[in-house]
Write a protein that binds this ligand. Structure first.
Ligand SMILES: Cc1ncc(C[n+]2csc(CCOP(=O)(O)OP(=O)(O)O)c2C)c(N)n1
Length: 364
């Protein structure tokens, strides 16, 4: 039995059986164990604040303690419902936060995790959240203490996990090849639309674009990689497009799109004709382990048209990339392109570095 299974067993013994959160790579194995649960026991939320709120509602109806899991990048998203709704000085709603701690002290991590990694414990302290840092020799005891404390104090508690604390299970999933490979689409996009400025979402999309550019040219001047700020790429693109006459392409993922979906209504209301939105749609959070999103519940044509996008395109077939992209780029925006992509990414993806230089080149 691996650690995630052991943790689930301890939780079950303590009558904790409801989970909600946003998937994270540190917690990948734990998150993937949950996807086997019934849908009234586990909800993958659009964002971390939503997960805390779902958990709060669950506690109100059952009086049971829920678990909310997320990466510390999403801690900011939880602060509003924690500090203004569920805190013990307000409604006092207990829950256990499982936090994947990127940028933890003494652990090598990417630049975008440095600041959040450093302030995570301080933020928890400010919120009066008692926490424990996972210890593989005593996690059973740690967890029981946290549960007891959360119940007694009617307040959230947190359990922090660092990279490598939970075993990674080899992914033997056979990726379907029904649609288009993301890297293939990105290569075509940058060769067809050479002068477009591209704002690319967090995770594999940015990393694939970066890698493909590295191979094609030395100086990257058209791309802005959203190494953090997941869910906000369409808003960065909107702001950019308003200050520039250049074609501005937002390359988004469906997890990121759902995270702050209201942003799309704002983009269509304020964007001008140079704003182009591309959804790289694989129906999952591929960058952190492939957990499903709820994008398949949305009719994206109706959605985009109803919020005022001028044109909607869909692309599922590699053979039509060139044709569709030409129409899309030439269309008077704001335009929406839904690209159905296969899960799976380039092998040995590079990490994005030299952010200062990337910004300087992008704005020059
Ligand atoms: C606020 C926040 N929550 C969670 C994460 C962790 N995270 C990084 S990429 C990613 C999945 C993104 O999914 P999607 O947009 O569908 O793109 P895909 O990975 O499928 O390419 C998540 C959850 C994060 N970086 N920031």
């Amino acid at each position: 039995m691996d650690t995630s299974q052991k943790i689930l067993k301890i939780l079950k013994k303590n009558r904790i059986e409801f989970f909600t959160g946003v998937p994270d790579s540190v917690l990948e194995n734990f998150c993937n164990s949950l996807t086997k649960l019934n849908k009234n026991k586990h909800i993958i939320s659009a964002n971390e604040g939503g997960a805390v709120s779902i958990a709060a509602g669950y506690n109100l109806s059952t009086k049971k303690i829920p678990v909310v899991y997320f990466q510390n990048s999403g801690l900011g998203n939880t602060i509003n419902p924690i500090a203004s709704l569920i805190h013990k000085e307000i409604y006092g709603i207990p829950m256990i936060l499982f936090i994947g701690w990127r940028g933890a002290l003494n652990i090598k991590d990417e630049i975008q995790h440095k600041v959040q990694g450093k302030i995570t414990l301080e933020q928890l302290n400010l919120l009066n959240i008692k926490y424990k840092i996972f210890n593989k020799n005593s996690f059973n005891k740690q967890l029981k203490q946290l549960i007891k404390y959360s119940k007694k104090s009617n307040h959230p508690v947190a359990f922090l996990f660092k990279k490598g604390d939970l075993e990674t299970v080899k992914n033997n999933k056979k990726n379907s090849k029904k649609y288009i490979n993301r890297s293939h689409f990105i290569s075509k996009l940058i060769s067809i639309s050479k002068r477009s400025k591209i704002i690319a979402t967090t995770g594999f999309t940015s990393r694939e674009l970066f890698q493909i550019r590295q191979k094609k040219e030395n100086k990257i001047k058209n791309d802005f990689y959203m190494v953090g700020g997941m869910g906000h790429s369409s808003m960065v693109a909107l702001g950019y497009s308003l200050g520039s006459k250049k074609q501005t392409v937002c390359l988004d993922g469906d997890g990121s799109f759902l995270m702050h979906m209201g942003a799309l209504a704002i983009s269509s209301k304020f964007a001008t004709k140079n704003f182009k939105y591309i959804l790289l749609n694989n129906s999952c959070h591929e960058s952190v382990g492939g957990q499903p999103t709820a994008v398949d519940k949305i009719n994206l044509k109706l959605f985009s048209e109803s919020i005022g996008y001028k044109k909607y395109f869909i692309l599922k077939d590699s053979k039509l990339i060139k044709h569709t992209l030409n129409l899309f780029i030439k269309s008077k925006g704001p335009s929406f392109l839904n690209v159905l992509i296969n899960p799976g990414s380039l092998k040995n993806l590079m990490r994005i570095k030299n952010l200062g230089e990337i910004k300087k080149n992008f704005t020059s």
